[in-house]
Write a protein that binds this ligand. Structure first.
Ligand SMILES: C[S@@+](CC[C@H](N)C(=O)[O-])C[C@H]1O[C@@H](n2cnc3c(N)ncnc32)[C@H](O)[C@@H]1O
Length: 248
């Protein structure tokens, strides 16, 4: 979907990449699981955060084409989306009209003034997995410095090593030199703790395997069995792991 680059900063830059990004995810298992499970959970979490301590200032870091930002804006009076890629932001502008969208690399020294001050809640989806270690650390450090104590960082790891997909990805890395990434809950936790957060909760999804992004068991059966797996508490073996972390 995206070309390997020397830095994740450049991975989503280029004409038309925003459109291709949205098209590539449509009709795949992850968008079904997003619609049925992850989006409702995220909205519940955001509603709760927005109600806490009259929280008002929300940031969607690495907002891309605006999928997550759109949810946040339903609950917070002030919402900002930041992304390094103008091409991704072009799609976000169409999807979330009225949002404040900023093109910036938060790890740069000079940033627009809208990014000054502190945030009450931050989201960060589909970022940590593929960002290189230096970028992960720098971004988390910047976020921690711009979040009030007690503010929530809600994010995800979209290829967890404890899932069937994670295991296969790990084997492909070991035996066929694949460059696809996997992260464990422990690795994510360690990054967050080092940056000054504590993990409050994990929610896992996409337990049943996919084949090239499509449901391995067909849409009907996969949908039902995914619900059963989640009801049985097997979410921790899901490919997608959503975390709620709190700034200490
Ligand atoms: C896979 S997309 C995720 C988009 C969105 N969060 C979602 O879940 O649909 C990752 C995004 O991270 C952005 N990105 C990478 N490095 C960045 C940086 N240093 N500052 C801001 N955005 C960055 C990319 O441009 C890309 O749009």
């Amino acid at each position: 979907m995206t070309k390997p680059t020397d830095s994740y900063r450049k991975s989503h830059v280029g004409p038309g990449i925003g459109k291709r990004y949205d098209q590539a995810h449509a009709g795949r298992l992850d968008s079904l699981v997003w619609d049925e499970h992850v989006k409702p959970l995220l909205r519940e979490l955001l509603a709760r955060e927005a109600g806490l301590h009259s929280a008002s200032r929300y940031l969607d870091f690495a907002c891309g084409t605006g999928r997550i930002l759109k949810q946040g804006l339903a609950f917070f009076p002030e919402g900002i989306g930041v992304d390094i890629s103008i091409d991704m932001l072009t799609e976000a502008r169409a999807r979330v009209p009225g949002a404040q969208l900023i093109q910036a690399d938060v790890t740069n020294d000079s940033l627009p003034e809208q990014l000054n001050g502190m945030f009450d809640c931050v989201t960060m989806f589909r970022f940590l997995l593929n960002a290189e270690p230096e970028l992960r650390r720098s971004v988390l450090k910047w976020l921690a410095a711009h979040m009030h104590p007690g503010a929530a960082l809600i994010g995800n790891n979209h290829m967890c090593s404890a899932s069937v997909g994670g295991l296969l990805t790990h084997l492909a890395r070991t035996f066929s030199g694949s460059s696809k990434n996997v992260l464990s809950r422990k690795e994510v936790e360690s990054l967050l703790v080092q940056a000054g957060f504590r993990i409050e909760a994990w929610h896992g999804f996409r337990v049943l395997p996919s084949l090239r992004g499509k449901p391995a068991l067909g849409w009907w059966l996969q949908r039902r069995l995914e619900r059963v797996a989640l009801t049985l508490g097997l979410g921790r073996f899901g490919v997608e792991q959503v975390f709620v972390a709190r700034r200490i």
